[in-house]
Design a protein around this ligand. Structure first.
Ligand code: HAM
Length: 410
């Protein structure tokens, strides 16, 4: 016998028992985002590798180590660069701005698998493109908070910061690089190697020596220009007005290079090491990186699996079955026709598909939670009300009408 094949490491099957909880995430996302005027968009599962190299950034771990790439294409590691590409491709600048879009689908990162970290995972995200108003940033954060609340995510913390504009950040970058070089001997090798390419990542280092150095490092918040500071103040004021609690964390580091000004992250203390539930921010330079005209934007993405892990498991209502058709072997074709008629009439109907005895079929009907069972004998038909246990003889053409009437009477 050949060896048994398994799903690739870091992937998972969504089994029927898992589907209702995931459906809840989709339903809540749709309700909350569409009520705020966001409309659904889906982009392909793979794009040109260059989109992510330019959009997410050459220097990021995502682009350097975590993409599944083949023949100039990559499985998408995130959704913001693809949505911006679609905005440019379809001339959405002609629509009233900001264009508000949401998405839900699978994403791929070649990371080391562990609890809550997968190589194929799902994200729900929203992007508002075409306005740099602080109310956009606040709305994006409020909507993610609403989604997490709706799903019952526990022990949430929201951290936010401003990265400033590329100009104010460039000045700060030099100050930070000079500081890191001064302390090069106390840093981890990895941080030292990143001084030129990505000095901000030093704030994210796990190594205690580097962390000690970073405690006294110059802070970006002290190097923002007046416009950046004002923008950030307005975002946080709006959040306060919406009753959202947040912590200012100027050590917050995001793994993507497109951010300008507002960045934020929701974590759940109910999760282990992979505590990031969702995050995002503003990306006013991204469209130009992709070859489009300067167009501001802001958005979030949240991991579906992480949100479910952070949420209290809620009992899911069992799928309903209005009518189960049980039949003796000569009656199969009639049972099949009745099931089809019932479905066309809008009933949830099932019939035995395994040639069971009538007794076995009644057990199966019970397992499906059927409200009514029609038993088709060669010499007649019985309709059984599974709640009361009452049975009556009926004419076959009247079975569907009988169940519909019974359902209305409820
Ligand atoms: P991100 O922080 O890289 O942001 O990912 C968003 C969320 O996706 C994370 O908070 C986490 O819940 C989930 N996630 C990421 N990687 C994994 C993984 N390997 N396994 C399971 N879940 C994971 C973005 O992707 C940006 N596109 C967000 C954004 C939208 N910024 C602006 N607009």
């Amino acid at each position: 016998m050949s060896s048994k094949l398994q799903a690739p490491r870091g992937t998972f099957d969504v089994l029927p028992a898992d589907a209702p909880a995931r459906q809840t995430v989709e339903d809540a996302s749709k309700r909350i985002l569409e009520a705020a005027g966001y409309r659904r968009i889906e982009t392909p599962a793979f794009e040109s590798t260059e989109l992510f190299a330019r959009g997410v950034g050459e220097a990021t771990d995502i682009v350097q180590k975590e993409m599944f790439s083949f023949e100039g294409f990559s499985l998408r590691p995130e959704g913001t660069a693809p949505v911006c590409r679609a905005y440019l491709d379809h001339g959405m600048h002609k629509l009233p701005q900001p264009v508000k879009l949401w998405y839900l689908g699978p994403y791929f990162r070649h990371e080391r698998p562990q609890a809550g970290r997968y190589r194929q995972f799902w994200q729900v995200g929203a992007e508002a493109i075409g306005s740099d108003d602080p109310s956009v940033d606040a709305e994006i954060i409020v909507l993610l908070q609403a989604l997490l609340d709706e799903l019952g995510a526990r022990e949430l913390r929201l951290r936010i910061a401003s990265l400033g504009t590329p100009a104010s950040r460039a000045g700060y970058r030099e100050v930070l690089q000079a500081y890191l070089r001064e302390h090069a001997g106390e840093l981890s090798a990895e941080t030292r190697e990143r001084i030129d390419l990505n000095p901000l990542r030093a704030f994210d280092a796990k190594d205690p020596g580097t962390q000690r150095v970073m405690d006294d490092a110059p802070r970006l918040a002290d190097h923002l220009d007046d416009d950046d500071r004002e923008h950030f103040a307005q975002v946080t004021d709006l959040l306060a007005r919406a009753g959202v609690e947040w912590e200012h964390d100027d050590r917050l580091v995001r793994g993507l290079d497109y951010y300008t000004r507002t960045i934020f992250e929701f974590t759940s203390d109910a999760l282990g090491a992979q505590s990031g539930v969702g995050g995002g921010g503003r990306y006013d330079g991204l469209m130009e990186q992709l070859g489009g005209p300067a167009t501001p934007g802001c958005g979030f993405a949240a991991g579906v699996e992480r949100m479910l892990l952070a949420s209290e498991a809620r009992p899911q209502p069992a799928a309903s079955c209005d009518l189960f058709l049980a039949w003796e072997s000569s009656e199969r074709a009639d049972a099949f026709a009745l099931a089809t008629e019932a479905r066309r009439a809008g009933l949830a109907a099932q019939l035995d598909l395994a040639g069971r005895s009538i007794k076995g079929q009644m057990k199966q009907a019970d397992r499906t939670g059927a409200r009514y069972v029609a038993i088709l004998y060669p010499d007649g038909t019985v309709l059984r009300d599974m709640d009361s246990g009452q049975e009556e003889k009926v004419e076959r053409p009247g079975v569907v009408a009988g169940v519909l009437k019974g359902r209305h009477a409820l």
